[in-house]
Design a protein around this ligand. Structure first.
Ligand SMILES: Nc1ncnc2c1ncn2[C@@H]1O[C@H](COP(=O)(O)OP(=O)(O)OP(=O)(O)O)[C@@H](O)[C@H]1O
Length: 234
């Protein structure tokens, strides 16, 4: 479970996050939408401990991220927009290496299955990552996050670079995570994907969460209209 309690972040004079209150329960997929500079990444980064809040708290399963960073991170898997991998290692070697760092040790077969499940083609698994496209690297990142088996998943534009089929498969994976009782927070610009995969949607603007809604309560067209209206006002 994720909780932001009056979470505020100032960069110099600029307030990137204004007293954000947000709870993402177990089993929820919460998608954060908003224009460039709205504060989506800052929110995700506060939960990751990459950014230290100016005031307020970010809690991961009740753990105060700033005070108990290492403990909080044990509960988190993270997929950024651009997954950083070792270019000279293969996809399989990258996955095995990063997963071993978390203390896990599985058979090679298990890791291969995770890569296939993430949508990586079988013939790519043994090739060095420097030959991969962005989408292929993203799939390795998805497999790394899946292997960690964390109860909280944080995502920042994870589908950027994925082809439509991979994006569709990714939605399936997220739904499985949610069915397994994990809490998912995803920052995205993709209204369509958010509507498809989210259980709840929030729209941010100027560092504030200006509205939230149940994803089931809106169709794509309505969501787009609500979004555009909020962009025009205030
Ligand atoms: N390290 C930083 N130093 C100074 N200002 C920052 C820093 N990080 C973010 N900001 C500012 O904070 C605000 C929120 O940025 P943030 O990256 O959270 O927005 P975002 O909603 O994720 O945008 P995008 O959709 O473009 O990724 C922006 O005005 C940005 O310029």
């Amino acid at each position: 479970m994720l909780q932001a309690i009056t979470l505020t972040k100032k960069f110099g004079q600029h307030t990137a996050l204004h007293a954000l209150d947000l709870t993402v329960e177990k089993g929820e997929i919460f998608c954060l939408l908003g224009p460039n500079g709205a504060g989506k990444t800052t929110t995700v980064n506060c939960f990751l401990g990459f950014v230290t809040p100016t005031s307020g708290r970010a809690l991961v399963n009740g753990i105060h991220v700033t005070r108990q960073l290492r403990e909080a991170r044990r509960h988190i898997a993270y997929i950024p927009e651009t997954v950083m991998l070792y270019p000279h290692l293969t996809g399989l070697e990258n996955l095995t290496f990063f997963d071993t760092l978390t203390g896990n040790h599985y058979e090679e077969e298990y890791y291969i299955n995770l890569l296939l499940e993430a949508g990586l083609q079988e013939d790519a698994i043994g090739k060095s990552v420097q030959t991969y496209s962005k989408g292929m690297r993203q799939k390795v990142g998805i497999a790394i996050a899946t292997a960690k088996n964390a109860s909280v998943l944080l995502l920042d534009e994870p589908t950027s670079g994925l082809d439509p089929h991979a994006s569709y498969e990714f939605s399936h994976l997220l739904r499985r995570f949610s069915e397994e009782g994990r809490a998912v927070l995803m920052a995205t610009h993709d209204l369509y994907h958010a509507r498809e995969v989210a259980t709840r949607i929030g729209i941010m603007k100027n560092g504030r969460l200006i509205t939230t809604m149940e994803a089931d309560a809106v169709d794509h067209y309505t969501l787009e209209n609500i979004y555009m209206q909020h962009m025009r006002t205030v």
